[in-house]
Write a protein that binds this ligand. Sequence first.
Ligand SMILES: C[S@@+](CC[C@H](N)C(=O)[O-])C[C@H]1O[C@@H](n2cnc3c(N)ncnc32)[C@H](O)[C@@H]1O
Length: 367
Amino acid sequence: MTTAILVGNIGFGGVLRQRQQHPLRRLGFRTTAAEFFFPAPGRIAPGKQLPGTGRLTLRVSSVASVVETKPRDPVTVDEGLPAKENILACPVCYQRLTLIGPPISVITTKGSSLQCDTCQKTYLGNDTHVELIAASGLKEYTESTSMTTEFFKFPLISYVYERGWRQGFSAVIGFPGPEQEFEMMKEYLQPVLGGNIIDASCGSGQFTRIFAKSGLFSQVIALDYSENMLKECYEFIQKEEGCPKENVSIVQADISRLPFATGSIDAVHAGAAIHCWPSPSAGVAEVSRVLRPGGVFIATTGLALADGGNLLLPLVKPFRASMYQITGSHIFVSDGELEDLCRSCGLIVVKCVRNRRFVMVAARKPT
Ligand SMILES: C[S@@+](CC[C@H](N)C(=O)[O-])C[C@H]1O[C@@H](n2cnc3c(N)ncnc32)[C@H](O)[C@@H]1O
């Protein structure tokens, strides 16, 4: 696979135009008593200036042979994205849930409950998030998951994650950092701007806040398996100035069993997470299931080896299974592997961008 090192201005710095004002909506639900449908007052301001520009050295794989050397075209919000309602589904049977109580958002989570009429099961909201896992409501049985998933459940790990740990990814792996990563993915998100986005395995919610503050999405759903990460996510949202809360919701969910109706989601972002999932293929398959035709998936991760380390591949590959048994983490050795994974789950790879060991893949669901 040919690669080239290119230096370019990866910022956008463009002017956001709206071809047609797109109504932003909160999650809407049908209840047995009444129909909830919530056009939110906010709109993406015409002429809005997108966040700043940056400079970054990128290595781009053969699939992704175009790198910007000048400011990109203005980002426009696609007209005609259908309003989504009632996207939450039972993680057991995938039937849409019925909301009892106020519509779900960061402000109203506590006291909300969702009913699955098929499974006769109720999913409850607590102070910070709505529990939407198959294991919700268990009384006697307790389930352990993979080592990495368990690891992020510790309060200390959740606490330090955004207070130094994530920043370390830049130095060690080459992650550009959340703001810059958002700038990089915006181009690929363009077809779904104005729609909803799931920040899958959101951790403490750095991207959730960036998505919400950007005003580019009608609904932002922060999702993680770790309750402590979700508590951090909630606290950070509360503290963050200018972060809208009425169209942000936080849900506890397993990536392998997503609580969303099939084809109901416009975009899924999974930052620095795919290697942490118990089964990346089960996770990406679920992402593919919930994406609507034309929906976009953006994933970032760190590869085990930087370019030039190919000689070590024969040494690394045989140990992957054992490493997973010991650490619960999956080792990706090339961007080609990520592309392969996306394709095997029915997605079309649009772009793969490298920066040292950092890799970002953008894929979309066929229309
Ligand atoms: C390294 S953090 C990434 C956080 C954030 N997205 C970022 O870009 O920094 C990985 C996250 O994956 C989550 N995770 C692990 N297993 C999961 C699962 N089975 N379902 C959903 N999330 C999971 C962890 O709880 C953790 O918050």
